[in-house]
Design a protein around this ligand. Structure first.
Ligand SMILES: [Zn+2]
Length: 290
């Protein structure tokens, strides 16, 4: 595994290699978990908070480091073509090489010519280069530098996997991270992942906004937000249709600051199934130094 942690918990595989040579898309399992022309496998982190904790990238096999590029800005939140990524390339037996991109600035711990062992830390996950969120782009290439998909599946040309234990394919809908903010955020602020508060003040805040980072939402999915007041009575309920088709995305339903003080809760349902929920407190701000 080219990074630290457990798939589906510490990181999430959201885009595979595109096996369709036209302008369509097809991943190794004949599914749609890829984007047009994608040459690697993307391992997503839950946000910049997670990235800042320092998630190690590991050499996927033993080899010799052939390229290292470091020093570039690593907190990209928009796709900008042509900006430089921090990356490492390692050459293995038979000329097969592995490429680790979007790494954190100044996290690279190997230099050209170094021998690395399998599982050795070579840097940390970042969002440098053509990247809009913290993730590792991991790519395997043959000696002609043509992409090899290390996975095997129904749409693979090979029957054998390059993985010792091939990570499982997950197309389900699940929530990666949630929080509250006292204002209406945008995608950039949400990505930080530091935005968690559970207390709102009637004489200070105007908005209660609940946000969720969701894996596996699809175009035309229906999200229902239910807001419960103190004592568990349903106060607000509204639904909206999902308009995008990224394999991970944020949704951030909000209500105007309620006047009723006490413990509130919000519940999100996706296509009628409960997806996530969280409680919060509405109170009046303390006077003095509070
Ligand atoms: Zn990628």
């Amino acid at each position: 595994m080219p990074l630290k942690g457990v798939a589906g918990k510490d990181f999430f595989i959201d885009y595979y290699v595109d096996h369709d040579t036209t302008d369509g898309i097809r991943d190794v399992y004949c599914g749609t978990k890829t984007y047009n022309g994608h040459q690697g496998t993307d391992f997503l982190l839950s946000g910049y908070k997670r990235m800042d904790s320092g998630v190690y990238v590991y050499a996927a096999a033993e080899g010799i480091v052939s390229e290292v590029t470091d020093g570039y800005y690593d907190r990209r939140k928009r796709w900008i073509k042509g900006v430089q990524s921090n990356y490492v390339i390692i050459v293995h037996a038979n000329g097969i090489n592995t490429y680790y991109a979007h790494l954190m600035k100044h996290s690279l711990s190997v230099k050209r010519g170094d021998s690395v062992k399998v599982g050795q830390a070579i840097g940390k996950v970042g969002s440098s280069g053509y990247s809009a969120y913290p993730h590792l782009h991991f790519e395997v290439r043959n000696k002609e530098r043509k992409t090899i998909d290390p996975f095997t599946g129904a749409c693979s040309q090979r029957n054998t996997s390059y993985w010792l234990s091939q990570p499982s394919y997950d197309t389900s809908t699940f929530v990666i991270n949630t929080g509250f903010v006292p204002y209406i955020p945008n995608g950039d602020t949400l990505q930080e992942g530091y935005l968690v508060t559970d207390t709102f003040y009637t004489n200070r805040d105007a908005t209660v906004c609940f946000w969720a980072l969701v894996h596996g939402l699809h175009m035309h999915d229906v999200i229902l937000a239910e807001w419960y007041g103190p004592g568990g009575s349903l106060k607000y309920q509204y639904s909206y249709e999902w308009k995008a088709s990224w394999w991970h995305d944020y949704t951030w339903p909000h209500i105007n600051m309620p006047k009723e003080r006490g413990k509130w809760a919000v519940k999100l349902y996706i296509n009628g199934e409960f997806a996530t929920g969280r409680s919060f407190y509405v109170t009046k701000q303390r006077k003095g130094n509070g």
